[in-house]
Design a protein around this ligand. Structure first.
Ligand SMILES: [Zn+2]
Length: 374
């Protein structure tokens, strides 16, 4: 895969990402942000992975290095330039017109969505994280019987283009096919209060389900973390098929439900997007993590997903490399799948261009109601 991709979206909509880390990073800091797993005492470097290879291959040249510069040379050059310069080079090269930023996960200081978008000369939008919103209400001392109304108020006032559930990280994806009652919510919040960690970490089957149902009732496009994530996820409970009863029950609301990442269950997600009218999918985080092999994951998703149901996201967090790699590898993987269809006579070149534009930008623009770029 060295030739330039033939069928690419002019500028992508990144429908799920996070803020950038702006501090300068040493090797440990860099590697701990390189993926969601912790760097342990094994001494095994993440540079020796598909992601590590991709960083050197694709990001090195944007920093003025050879494509195969060693990790030490890469990190030395990164430090020499400083994070501000590196962030500007890599984010602007991603070719993204709209950044939809999940602002609910901030384990360390991150830039604002507007600062991220300014680096890419794009527009910033926000997705509000349901669990973070609910945890803030509890920390503010909102009483259980006032919680439901305050939650709706907070979501409506957020200005966000969608909501995100991290039920996968907390209770798994087997959400109920009916919204828990307000009485159930009040008693569940009582249990949360009696078992209170500091800070509050909401992991209650009734409360997390209530949050997801509330977003649907409010008509907010609802993102779910699905599949692969950090070691906080119990991956066995994160197969999107576990959402089937919830998806069947919510389809009459006609509110888009967006399944994020999905790896290694991306084929299951593609199936759900095919059979439920309101379900969409991406392969987010899996793309940069699998580097040059990500084309296979993109192609496998396309086996079944209607092309109007597939979106682009980087799920980049912290490191500018991840915004650039997500975009570059996705463009290459999508183009190589479409090129194969065109070369085999299955698809005309004009159709391939139209599909690339749908998946790369137009589907997200429609789902989230984004204005056309100026
Ligand atoms: Zn994310």
């Amino acid at each position: 895969m060295t030739a330039s991709p033939r069928f690419v979206t002019d500028r992508l909509v990144d429908h799920h990402c996070h803020g950038l880390v702006q501090r300068d990073l040493d090797r440990t800091g860099f590697e701990s942000l390189l993926n969601e797993g912790a760097v342990g005492s094994s001494g095994i470097s993440l540079f020796d992975s598909m992601l590590g290879i991709a960083v050197r291959r694709w990001c090195g040249p944007l920093l003025g290095l050879d494509a195969q510069a060693s990790p030490d040379v890469y990190l030395a050059r990164r430090a020499e330039l400083g994070s501000a310069d590196v962030n500007a080079r890599l984010v602007s090269a991603a070719g993204v017109s709209d950044f939809i930023v999940d602002t609910g996960f901030v384990p360390e200081p991150l830039c604002e969505p507007s600062e991220l978008a300014a680096l890419g000369e794009g527009a910033a939008h926000e997705v509000v994280r349901l669990e973070t919103t609910a945890e803030a209400l509890l920390a503010e001392g909102v009483a259980p019987d006032a919680f439901a109304a305050r939650l709706v108020e907070r979501l409506r006032g957020s200005g966000a283009v969608g909501a995100k559930s991290i039920a996968a990280y907390r209770i798994g994806l087997a959400l109920p096919p009916v919204k828990p009652t307000d009485e159930d919510l009040v008693s569940a919040l009582g249990e949360v209060a009696s078992d209170r960690s500091d800070p509050v970490r909401l992991a209650h089957p009734v409360v997390n389900a209530y949050l997801a149902w509330t977003a649907i009732e409010q008509g907010m496009p609802l993102q779910f973390h699905v599949g692969y994530g950090d070691n906080d996820v119990d991956l066995l409970d994160c197969d999107p098929l576990r959402l089937t009863p919830f998806l069947r029950a919510t389809r009459t609301y006609e509110v888009p439900v967006l399944l994020l990442h999905n790896y290694p269950f991306h084929r299951n997600a593609a199936y759900l997007a095919q059979v439920f009218d309101h379900v969409y999918m991406d392969v987010g985080l899996a793309v940069h993590n699998t580097g040059a092999f990500s084309d296979a994951i993109i192609r496998e998703s396309m086996e079944l997903v209607p092309f109007g149901k597939m979106l682009y996201s980087s799920d980049a967090f912290g490191l500018a490399e991840l915004y650039y790699l997500g975009s570059l590898l996705f463009r290459r993987g999508l183009s190589s799948a479409l090129e194969r269809l065109v070369n085999d006579g299955d698809l005309g070149a004009g159709e391939a261009e139209r599909i690339a534009a749908m998946i790369g930008a137009e589907n997200s623009r429609r789902v989230y109601g984004l204005p056309e770029p100026g």
